[in-house]
Ligand binder design. Structure first.
Ligand code: AMP
Ligand code: ZN
Length: 669
């Protein structure tokens, strides 16, 4: 770039950034991703550093935030609010630390607090004598919007503190990701505007002229700064956070007081991955010097504190191209579209596929093959397609009417968004899906029987349903060219060893629509034998706590279906008997008691499950307040911790033996 081109580029960048500031801060509707914004911002800052003659006071790099939206009263902040400088790599973070540390020659390692950078909307709250008086947005840092009424509508913000302090509290108003998704679903259903991300939903909900609307939205507030006129209130940032918590604020628990830069980097690397498990959006980490005296010594630039910096995570959203749509047919016949993408780097991994939810969603987004699409990493393993470039119309991908596997008609049941292949009994994709599922870990857990093997068996015509697995002979298995470690011998044994599953596993493995492991568990607890389950009516089933009408109907339909009857008969003939079918209640000593089993016991779990049921008790796979006992073997894990925290009685195997003989008083345990 020559000199004039540099000047032109700087002007251009300033304009783009200003426009986007307006879209972001005033209209809560960003046009570019945060990552793209940061890149532009960094480019401008770099150019201004190289050519200081072009740096002007009104440049976005010298200012905080932007304008006040129409309708809000302006409010002058008592203490200025700043932005944060940021970097996106550990080298820059180390450089920041070295720079800051130089100011304190004697100091060995500085105390720092590392915390999550919450991606919401920063607000300043003033308390007088412990009472909430004012709430304001950051605005340009000097002047913000008066949103006191809206702030008062947020339940997690205390209006009265537990101490009569004069305090300014700053923090981030945010909307949990789950609430954001729910709000968007509602808005879409009502034909209203969809928010681009949780930050915008929070900002749009908070900056409402009618505070009643704010009150209806699920907004929260994480407090991260306190400013007090009383110098004794706290001396460090960590003490301030602890005080805020004591006063009744939500303080994000994921902060850490450390010494030196290495543990900071450790925390950044940790949260770069773990952020996706949180129910709120974070776009990075904030690193602050702990001692307030040191903070004051270092001071501020025109835009940001020198005593703090941010580390920005790699983007969780990127643009790429939709190269194709793959239609996958699941075990229940559900046909789901999967996006095939131009491979792209996203939050540390290369992404080639993404979820497209369902065909209604494709129609709504007006997507077609060839479109540029924004994809987003979420807690799920597979990322989601969010939208296409606004002004790019390539027509809309046609919703299929026939099953891509068997060609049968597709239907959309009333009240559902999912399309199903109608050829339940004949569609190879469905049948193979059910066989694979039967053998999967969640179901019968037959080692070595996965999709490759099922494909081979199917192609050779050796199996037509999951019951056929049990009639396979060694000779049959020998005809397949198997990889060594999964020898025919091992496979045969694994299949034969799976003939006595627990009732829960057996019911789960049948692939009954709407019946997953949890529901199967509820039924297995209530009904001791398969015979009873087969004969249950909808009225019987809905009496079970947790089973609704749809699930009940699905069970009844399943057992009435002729094809399923044939499969069930075959299973019986081949000796597949769910444990429990032989149970006979021998006592009622465990009547009304629910057991959860964890860890390794002297015998397989189903032996204990059977015993509990024979004695009139129930078993469940997860610990809750309703759990009566946790039977814990060796190496018990999270269930043990949960049970302890809920005060559930924990039994060793020896305790259980005594208890099941019925001669012990519960109080004595
Ligand atoms: P930026 O949005 O890049 O200007 O970054 C500065 C903003 O980060 C602040 O104005 C706050 O809104 C926000 N922020 C989020 N979490 C924190 C935190 N834990 N400490 C300080 N600022 C935070
Ligand atoms: Zn089909």
């Amino acid at each position: 770039m020559n000199y004039f081109e540099v000047k032109a580029r700087i002007d251009e960048l300033k304009n783009i950034i200003r426009e986007n500031n307006e879209a972001y801060y005033v209209y809560d509707a960003p046009k570019i991703t945060d990552f793209e914004y940061d890149e532009l911002f960094r480019e401008l800052r770099r150019l201004e550093e190289q050519y200081p003659e072009f740096k002007t006071e009104d440049s976005p790099t010298q200012k905080v935030g932007d304008k006040i939206a129409v309708g809000f009263k302006e409010i002058k902040h008592k203490y200025r609010l700043y932005s944060l400088d940021n970097s996106n790599n550990f080298d820059d973070l180390r450089k920041w630390y070295e720079r800051v540390k130089k100011e304190y020659e004697k100091e060995s390692d500085l105390e720092l607090v590392v915390e999550l950078k919450i991606d919401g909307l920063s607000c300043a709250l003033s308390y007088e004598n412990g009472e909430l008086k004012l709430g304001a947005t950051r605005g340009n840092g000097t002047v913000g919007e008066n949103i006191t009424e809206n702030i008062k509508a947020i339940k997690s913000i205390p209006q009265k503190l537990s101490k009569p302090l004069n305090l300014e509290v700053r923090g981030e108003v945010y909307m949990p990701v789950s609430s954001f998704e729910r709000l968007n679903e509602e808005n879409i259903a009502n034909g209203q505007k969809e928010f681009a991300n949780p930050r915008n939903a929070a900002a749009g909900s908070l900056r409402q002229l009618d505070a009643n609307i704010t009150g209806k939205r699920d907004l929260h507030f994480f407090a991260y700064t306190a400013i007090s006129e009383n110098n004794d209130a706290f001396k460090t940032h960590k003490e301030a956070l602890d005080l805020l918590k004591e006063l009744g604020f939500e303080v994000n628990p994921n902060h850490k007081l450390v010494k030196g830069i290495n543990p900071v980097i450790e925390q950044c690397a940790k949260w770069e991955n773990e952020r996706f498990n949180l129910d709120y959006a974070t776009d990075g980490m904030v690193i602050k010097i702990n001692e307030l005296a040191k903070q004051n010594e270092l001071g501020y630039t025109s835009r940001a504190p020198k005593w703090a910096t941010a580390f920005k995570f790699p983007p969780e959203e990127v643009w790429t191209k939709l190269n194709g749509v793959e239609l996958s047919v699941g075990k229940t016949g559900a046909v789901t579209p999967v996006a095939l993408l131009e491979p792209v780097q996203l939050a540390g991994t290369v992404v080639k596929r993404a979820s497209l939810h369902n065909f209604d969603e494709i129609q709504r987004l007006q997507l077609n093959i060839g479109n540029s699409v924004l994809i987003k990493k979420a807690a799920e393993i597979i990322p989601k397609v969010i939208r296409k470039k606004e002004d790019e119309f390539l027509g809309t991908y046609q919703t299929p009417t026939k099953c891509p596997c068997c060609g049968a008609d597709l239907v959309k049941p009333e009240g559902e968004v999912v399309l199903y292949c109608t050829n339940t009994l004949g569609c190879p994709a469905q049948i193979k899906g059910r066989i694979e599922y039967w053998a999967s870990k969640e179901a019968m857990d037959i080692d070595g029987v996965g999709c490759t093997l099922v494909d081979k068996l199917w192609e050779k015509g050796l199996i037509n349903d999951f019951a056929d697995l049990y009639k396979l002979t060694m000779d049959d298995l020998m005809t397949l060219d198997l990889i060594k470690e999964k020898s025919a011998d091992n496979l045969y044994t694994a299949i034969q060893n799976s003939k006595t599953p627990s009732m829960t596993k057996f019911l789960t493995a049948l692939s009954i629509k709407l019946i997953g492991k949890e529901t199967a568990d509820l039924i297995a607890n209530e009904y001791p034998t398969l015979e009873v389950i087969k004969n249950a009516t909808i009225e019987d089933l809905i009496k079970i706590d947790g089973i609704g009408e749809k699930a009940a109907k699905s069970i009844v339909d399943f057992f009435n279906n002729d094809n399923n009857k044939i499969i069930l008969n075959k299973l019986q003939e081949y000796g597949v008997n769910p444990q429990g079918s032989a149970f006979e209640k021998i006592s009622n000593i465990f009547e009304g008691k629910t057991f959860v089993i964890t860890g390794t016991l002297s015998q397989p779990r189903n032996v204990f499950e059977e015993r509990i049921k024979r004695l009139g008790g129930k078993t469940s796979s997860s610990v809750s307040k309703k759990t009566s006992y946790l039977l814990a073997g060796e190496n018990a894990g999270s269930k043990f911790d949960k049970a302890s925290s809920l005060g559930v009685i924990i039994l060793t195997e020896a305790d259980f033996d005594v208890l099941s003989k019925g001669n012990v008083d519960e109080e004595k345990l």
